[in-house]
Design a protein around this ligand. Sequence first.
Ligand code: IPE
Ligand code: IPE
Ligand code: MG
Length: 229
Amino acid sequence: MNSYKQLPNHIAIIMDGNGRWAKSHGLSRTAGHEEGAKTVREITTHCSKIGVKYLTLYAFSTENWTRPKLEVEFLMKLLERWFKSELSIYLENNVRFKAIGELSKFSKSLQKTIKDVEEKTAHCTGLTQVLALNYGSRDEITRAFKKVIENNLDITEENIDASLDTATFGDVDLLIRTSGEVRLSNFLLWQCAYSEMFFTDTLWPDFAPKELDEIIEQFTKRERRFGGI
Ligand code: IPE
Ligand code: IPE
Ligand code: MG
């Protein structure tokens, strides 16, 4: 028997604290984002290895556009670079990549890159890594309602759920936020209705597989009642 016997099917992470990590090391915020990207790879590879089915990572929110122009520009370039270097890593690890969020706000070239990586990893059968990009839960729910109405469907929980960006990924079992902030910041409000939540003070660039394992271990000890007794 291993400690992963009750592995959460869907883990979602609010990757927070890149800026504070950089500050504490006397570096620029952009260096923090670079370091955070390394953690994304490490945690994704780990999840893939231990058999998690879905890992959703909050990478850029609908509110993050309000950051200084230079930081936003840097993040866009980092995303471009990320997808170019990461394709081979996804394929090596049998990881399928999917994006959620309102992608039309990104440059045509970034949109194309995202679509390309989605297509090239579509056959992978291991972990599905979902990146939330220009993602806001309220925006997603609003778009879902519009789809339900456009398709002339009744407004039911099932129809709304099936119209969300996450339709095929299912609810979140385990939600983690790094950096000590205890809030959802417009992330997966609908999908986290019954998720178990863990908040750690660790800053995202310092978050390591060992800590994820410890959180999963605690997760297995929680009693999930879903309103029952
Ligand atoms: C999370 O780290 C990454 C993004 C939101 C893109 P932050 O950039 O929010 O880091 P802090 O919260 O300022 O430390
Ligand atoms: C949430 O972090 C968004 C991402 C991790 C991408 P923020 O740093 O933007 O959230 P707030 O502003 O602290 O709520
Ligand atoms: Mg932050």
